[in-house]
Every structure is written in structure tokens, then in C-alpha cells.
Design a protein. Structure first.
Length: 456
């Protein structure tokens, strides 16, 4: 039996995720990102006439879809209606059997579990089993002792890139007169005109191309911006930030109320991506769209001698330079050669124009992708401090030495600290800024801490 709560959550799945689950990719997108255009699957469509909302229209509460071709007339609201149309059911009231068929197919295609779980919007993402039942269902993990979680690596999706704070736009260009030649041999010449927008595709894989904020030229001329497939942009993130998509996350948990143990399975879906940051000492799991702060970041240490208080992480170029290897950054994140004079001797050193100390990998990815700054972060905002109670008093010896190391690879006046606007972040930022007069403190608007994720 599917509860009303389960039905509401299924119906609130982004419509672009539903289209992707049935194999349709957008042919165009609005400049403001409020809708996506698709080649209509219900009639012989040569221009993207199906409009699918990515945000509710003015006066509406649900996402809608509508074919703008007058003779088609397909339209509706919500993921369930869209799935029903894609499955071939006509518009109108569905029978009880057909309705359950649509719900089941929608849940299976998006890997959604319609069982009771943690209350809230994550209820369909999690599935709890007894260890015995888990061993029966997953015999390949029968020898798993549960001391470490299991991460099944997934594939990169457009929604996953955006969940990490990247801006990703479909690569399109306007048709020119010579482009119309490719339609000349069509049995029915489509109604295409010079000036229509055309999606660009990878010539080898046939997948659509996208411009991304981590690529060259994104904030310049769109015609000159670098374009890649979603998978290629994902591999770029893997190389720079050690982040990977997760298809399924399995963890053995203690039942504190009833005693004993149970196995928790969390499935990633296009509308609910999960990531893991893999480091030498262990793994950090990241669920960006969860409602529960305790589930957002979880880490497991795979080494008994991991000194997490004295660890730092950064983008690949910064890590290389700190280790004495001068990599070749892109045009937007250049490596400068600065001359310094001391006691009459002129020396040259390679450094970056700006470096920002961030509160964590998610913020670091956003800063790196939307600016020309390189980024670095510690294991936590509280790491590297001598504490008195719960407040950060001053950076300890290790952190002060690390800050000096950062200054050596940064141009004068180019080192910043930008932590969260909570009590811990403010105290840590202030302590770092006061420890060195050449470090600048970037303050975020306080109201950002009150804004909830738009998905909820």
C-alpha cells in the first residue's frame, strides 16, 4: 500500500528527472533556468515544442508540462501525470490498477523505496533491513562485518553537478543558413529557420554538451566557452577535488531503542544525489539535499594513525604547488611569477593571485568554480585551534605554520578566509584573520544561514 505521503513525494520529483528517467534530454533551456524544452514524444516533432517547468509558474504550486504545438495538446502537472503520459496512458482519470502501475514504474525508474522510514522528505530514499534479511538479498556482501560502510560508485548526472554548486548550461547555438542543408534529405522537411536554437552534441557519443562554471570561458563569451558532456565535467571534479558520485550507500547501524543491529541502504536518485570525498585517511559522505543536518556530512576513518587535526585539502593545483610541483592551471586560475626584493637580492617565486580558506569541500568547489581563486580547507572549522570551552581562542602552532606556507604561494593581499556564519565559523574566521594582518576575512550575509534548500 502506498501512503498519501509517499504519493506526494513521488509527485514532487523534478519533472526534468522524470524525462531523463524515460531517456529524454532537454534540447534547450530558458536563460533564467525556469523551464526546459524537449522534442515532444507524443507527436512527430522536429522543434522542441514540449515545455517542462523547472520552477513553479506564477500563481501555481506544482510543476507543469505543456506541448506548445496546437494539434498535440498534451499538458498536465506533477511527476505522476507526466509519467502516466510517457507510459502511454491517455489524459483523464486513471483506474486504480493503472494508477498503481504508474506509481510503481515511477518509483522503480528513479530508484525510490516506497516503504516506511525516517519521517520527512528522505523517507523514500532509505531502506532498513535486518542483517539476516540483508544477507539473503545481497549474498555478495554476506561476509561484510559492517565495520566500514559500503559505497557503490554511481555515474555523474546534470542534477548532481548542480547539487555541488556548479552552474551548468546546455550548449546551444543559433542555426545558420548552411546548417539547414542537413535537413534537406528529410522525408518531411521540418519547420526550422535560420536563428532557431540548436543543441550541440558530442560527435563520438551523441550526448548533449554543456557549459560549466568550472570550465574555461564560462563567464566570458558563450561562443568561446569550453563544452563537455556531463560525464566529462564529472571526471574534472574527480581529478580536482577527489569527489565521486554514489549509486548506493550501505551502513550497519545500532538499534538504540530495541537493541541489536540493522542495515541501512540509501539509494541515490537523479533528484537525490549522494557523493563521497575520498582521501588517503578515509571517506566523507555528502548528502546535499537531506533535511537532517546530522545526515549531510558523515565521515569514516580507514587508518588508525590518521591525524585529522593536522590535515588540509585543496584543489589539485594548490596541493601540487604546496608540495613543490608547479602544475599548469587554466586561464581563469593562473599561476603567477612574482618578483620579491629583500636586502638588495631579487628572487622570483610562483604563486596564485588569490587563495581562499573555506569551511569545507562543498564551499570550496563553489568558490573555485565561480571565481579565479584557489581553495583550501581543513578537516573542520574547529581544527587547528587551541580551545577554551567551545570557542576557538587562537590558531595553534601547526595552523600558524600552515598559514605561513599558504602566504608563500599567494600574492600579497590575496589570502582570504571564508567560513560559515555560525558561532564556530565566526570565531574561527576571526581568530585566523587576527593571527596575520595580511589575511582578509570574507563575511557572508547573515540571512544566508536562514535560507532552506528550495527542494523542501
Amino acid at each position: 500500500m502506498i501512503s498519501d505521503k509517499d504519493i506526494n513525494i513521488l509527485n514532487s520529483i523534478p519533472l526534468t528527472d522524470v524525462m531523463l528517467a524515460w531517456g529524454y534530454v532537454p534540447a534547450t533551456e530558458s536563460t533564467r533556468g525556469s523551464w526546459a524544452g524537449y522534442v515532444c514524444p507524443w507527436h512527430d516533432d522536429h522543434r522542441p515544442s514540449l515545455v517542462v517547468d523547472k520552477a513553479p509558474r506564477k500563481g501555481a504550486t506544482d510543476l507543469g508540462f505543456k506541448c506548445m504545438a496546437g494539434h498535440c495538446g498534451q499538458q498536465g502537472f506533477g511527476a505522476i501525470q507526466l509519467a502516466a503520459r510517457l507510459m502511454g496512458f491517455p489524459a483523464g482519470q486513471l483506474s486504480k490498477e493503472d494508477y498503481l502501475t504508474v506509481l510503481t514504474e515511477l518509483a522503480e525508474r528513479l530508484h525510490v523505496e516506497t516503504e516506511d522510514g525516517i519521517p520527512g522528505s528522505d523517507v523514500l530514499r532509505k531502506k532498513d533491513l535486518s542483517p539476516k534479511k540483508f544477507s539473503e538479498q545481497e549474498p555478495r556482501y554476506a561476509e561484510w562485518d559492517g565495520s566500514q560502510p559500503i559505497f557503490e560508485q554511481g555515474t555523474w548526472t546534470l542534477q548532481g553537478l548542480r547539487a555541488l554548486g556548479l552552474k551548468v548550461d546546455l550548449a546551444t547555438r543559433r542555426l545558420r543558413q548552411y546548417d539547414l542543408a542537413e535537413y534537406a534529405d528529410s522525408p518531411e522537411v521540418p519547420a526550422v529557420r535560420v536563428g532557431d536554437m540548436k543543441t550541440q552534441y558530442d560527435p563520438d557519443t551523441g550526448e548533449p554538451l554543456y557549459r560549466c562554471s568550472i570550465g574555461r570561458g564560462f563567464y566570458g563569451d558563450p561562443k568561446k566557452a569550453e563544452t563537455r558532456t556531463v560525464a566529462e565535467w564529472g571526471r574534472e571534479l574527480e581529478q580536482r577535488f577527489h569527489v565521486f558520485p554514489v549509486a548506493r550507500f550501505i551502513q550497519k547501524c545500532e538499534n538504540k531503542e530495541k537493541g541489536g543491529w540493522y542495515v541501512r541502504i540509501v539509494n541515490s536518485t537523479p533528484s537525490y544525489p549522494i557523493f563521497m570525498f575520498k582521501y588517503g585517511w578515509g571517506i566523507k559522505k555528502y548528502e546535499p539535499l537531506t533535511r537532517y543536518s546530522g545526515n549531510k556530512w558523515t565521515w569514516w576513518c580507514l587508518s588508525d594513525d590518521a591525524d585529522l587535526e593536522h590535515r588540509f585539502y585543496g584543489d589539485s593545483d594548490l596541493e601540487d604547488l604546496l608540495e613543490g610541483v608547479a602544475s599548469v592551471p587554466d586561464d581563469r586560475h593562473p599561476l603567477l611569477e612574482v618578483k620579491t626584493e629583500k636586502n638588495g637580492a631579487v628572487t622570483k617565486k610562483k604563486c596564485f593571485e588569490r587563495v581562499v580558506i573555506c569551511s569545507g569541500p562543498r564551499d570550496a568547489i563553489a568558490v573555485w568554480s565561480h571565481s579565479n581563486a584557489h581553495v583550501v580547507w581543513l578537516h573542520s572549522e574547529a581544527a587547528g585551534f587551541d580551545h577554551k570551552g567551545t570557542g576557538a581562542v587562537r590558531p595553534n602552532r601547526w595552523l600558524r605554520a600552515f598559514i605561513r606556507k599558504l602566504r608563500d604561494v599567494t600574492a600579497d593581499g590575496g589570502l582570504y578566509v571564508c567560513y560559515d556564519e555560525d558561532a564556530t565559523g565566526i570565531a574561527a574566521s576571526q581568530a585566523i584573520a587576527l593571527s596575520d594582518p595580511k589575511i582578509r576575512w570574507l563575511r557572508l550575509p547573515r540571512e544566508l544561514s536562514q535560507i532552506q534548500n528550495s527542494r523542501f
